[in-house]
Design a protein around this ligand. Sequence first.
Ligand code: ATP
Ligand code: MG
Length: 613
Amino acid sequence: MYASGLKIYLRLLAYVRPYWLMFAVSILGFLAFASTQPMLAGILKYFVDGLTHPDAALFPNAPWRWLQTLQLMYAVPFFIVLIAAWQGLGAFLGNFFLAKVSLGLVHDLRVALFGSLLTLPNRYFDQHNSGHLISRITYNVTMVTGAATDAIKVVIREGMTVTFLFAYLLWMNWKLTLVMLAILPLIAFMVTVASRKFRKQSHRIQAAMGELTHVASETIQGYRVVRSFGGEGYEQGRFLAASLTNSQRQLRMTRTSAIYTPLLQLTIYCAMSALMFLVLFMRGDASAGELVAYITAAGLLPKPIRQLSEVSATIQRGIAGAESIFEQLDAAPEDDQGTLERAQITGRLEVRQLSFTYPGSTAPVLENIRFAIAPGQLVALVGRSGSGKSTLANLIPRFYAHNIGEILLDGVAVEAYRLKNLRQHIALVTQQVTLFNDTIKNNIAYGDLAEKPEAAIRQAAADAFALEFIERLPQGFDTEVGENGVMLSGGQRQRLAIARALLKNAPVLILDEATSALDSESERHIQAALEKAMSGRTALVIAHRLSTIERADLILVMDQGRIIERGTHTELLARGGHYAQLYEKQFVEEKSRRQPRLRKPALNALIITRIDN
Ligand code: ATP
Ligand code: MG
């Protein structure tokens, strides 16, 4: 069901490569640490021997005289301190440098994950909800840290300890030690079974964690709707369920490890007891000191083995976390095969036989769309809600790849442009305005525009008719707007978005205007801002205002993804078709308006205009 754990772990370790030197130092540190374990057992032999002959020499055959005379009484306590100091040094080097490696690794993974968010196609965001994507960066990465730090630490330190202890035991009495080794296959089997369980459970925990983040963030973002529609109970229930699922899954994982660890411990002690029996049964000619040292070394084994077995859960959690991280890193980025880069374009737009179906759906949203806008022309596209206007607008900056037909910008297919270059020529105001939790100034001068001079920002704000409200704010351009501009009104936010697009000063402007009802004052402001925005560039505007539409040289009427009528405002009215009906309806509404509009207008328009510079 899941990719091989080893492959994922090796891939994870490939991220360690840049840190190999630090990694090597930390391994040396743990090596030093682990080497002290058999030393401590070994020193016991001399302690027991010293009980009977305290003035015996520790190294009677040493090359130096002073070493030959070193008595056990002084040597044993001295070496214990020395071993402890050596152990401390090893622990420091091991822990500190491994932490450096693992934190670096986690940082790299997190950055890679975030970097992929900047290149993943629109489709990816349609299919994955933000809660799960966020929890990947926050929760999954910490799980990987666990596998990368704690697990490696334990594996190296305790693994070495076990190795050294076994080596010592084999050296002391290999026949006896083989008894211990006989249980290794059994341990391996238990570890494998438990690991598989751990990984499956970790995947479930991660999904539950994503769900938790998802429900919480949805409630936070939609708190007004939640409160005004009495959704508190529903959200509370949803959150309780998600949190409970999460706890249950965590508990299940804990239960697995709580059963597994003592079982393993029992197995090891069974082997130990067999060993003890054999030691007592055939004491042979070994000294009491040797036997004590042997049994002590054997007795030091269960703890590191237990720690090694417990780490399996951590590793599996890390692998499960890494798996979903790699799934995202491996997802194909936005298609960017184009190579054409143009410093300047005129903005001529032509669409030929364009059809489009959203990935994963079967019904086409756009069918056989065909129109051309010569520079200097103003074309409007109108149609009911859901007729595909926003979709068409999204295809031009290639947020989705169209299936059939062509979109030509300056006579060149949009796919031929390098994506970054194509988007440099297009200024976009989306239907749902996006503002960042930053100052007004930084919201207008966002991204590539950050370099623009103060005066240009001011001019753009003035052209978008935003200056009048900005100047009334206490901190003017330095006012923080809050998350997605919560401190501003709908019309103000829209004007900021228009100002941003104006500042970009791109030859093509796409304006997917929000349909929200505005008061006549802000509507007039936005209308004026739009007029300003459209002059001097090719603009693609999905507007809901008659005055904008009437000015168009050509109006295309869309319905269910097709163009069903085309002509100027006068021509279409004279024909008395769909447009005339739409116009009639909206006109009546428009006249009876100026009280707040209750319904969304039936007429939505896409205006594509071009006025020569
Ligand atoms: P409105 O005036 O309400 O903004 P619109 O003309 O802009 O409407 P679109 O947003 O283009 O309409 O939607 C056209 C159709 O495409 C709708 O039926 C919608 O269900 C579908 N659609 C929109 N976005 C997606 C998507 N990301 N995935 C699948 N289908 C989508
Ligand atoms: Mg739309």
